[in-house]
Design a protein around this ligand. Structure first.
Ligand code: FMN
Length: 231
């Protein structure tokens, strides 16, 4: 079996995608595929946390309107021939994140036309509009869209919505001895989910190596980690 080459292009604002992809890349490489990982770099640096409630509300409104966040040029290697591409990023106000939208505007056709692209999504809990929107944009670039991999934060509602908002606004809701901490012990994904990502990476890599069709989901989406309440 000849080695398959996989390109991952990602954007991560608060390190959640990056943590998951560390696991995924590990699993992929163990399956025998070759991986090149390109991380998008916004031209104007975006700092996490946003810092204030007002600035968070403004960013949410702007991203709801699909504001673009221009990114630096990607490595020339991204435009080479790849057997499979993973495009990874967070959900921002029901949409793909601004840096990913900006990349699609500028390089979408050159990068993705004729390639099989798998959307990889990290979100607090609501990913559907993001996924269907991104699928449409990728198809317009000429991509063949594989079934997505979606991870949502494992903390139950309403705590994760409140927790994510507070975290973005610069508070630390999971710290100290506040009553809120009992319901919201951690921002973002769990260690178990990163572990799951490693297994998913291995399984995905094996299927790519074997040349299996990937238009049907190999994994349920969102991915359900054992013992966790995820919707
Ligand atoms: C401006 C903004 C808007 C967001 N909107 C949503 C949303 O509509 N739905 C959702 O489930 N998560 C939303 N989130 C949460 C992120 O998708 C989630 O925290 C994700 O895990 C972040 O991944 P990252 O750290 O790799 O950027 C939003 C985050 C930001 C910064």
């Amino acid at each position: 079996m000849s080695t398959k080459r996989i390109l991952i292009i990602s954007y991560s604002f608060s390190s959640q995608i990056r943590n998951l992809l560390n696991g995924l890349v590990d699993g992929l490489e163990k399956s025998g595929v070759e991986v090149f990982w390109e991380q998008l770099n916004p031209v104007v640096e975006l700092r996490f946390p946003i810092g204030t409630i007002n600035a968070t509300l403004i960013m949410m409104m702007q991203t709801f309107l699909r504001k673009r966040y221009p990114v630096h040029p990607v490595n020339q290697r991204c435009f080479a021939q790849w057997d499979f591409i993973i495009l990874a990023g967070p959900t921002w106000s029901y949409n793909p994140s601004g840096p990913v939208l900006s990349l699609l505007d500028r390089d979408g056709k050159a990068l993705f036309a004729g390639k099989t692209v798998l959307p990889f999504i990290s979100c607090r809990g609501y990913w559907r509009v993001h996924y269907y929107g991104l699928k449409g944009l990728l198809k317009r670039c000429g991509a063949i869209v594989a079934a997505p991999i979606v991870f949502s934060h494992p903390t139950p509602e309403p705590w994760r919505t409140i927790g994510v908002f507070l975290k973005l606004a610069g508070k630390v809701p999971e710290a100290g001895s506040s009553w809120f901490r009992r319901f919201y012990p951690k921002y973002g994904h769990s260690r178990l989910q990163v572990e799951d990502c490693r297994k998913i990476g291995f399984e995905l890599g094996k299927n790519i190596m074997e040349g299996n069709p990937l238009d049907r989901p190999l994994f349920p989406f969102p991915v359900r980690s054992e013992g966790m309440d995820e919707s």
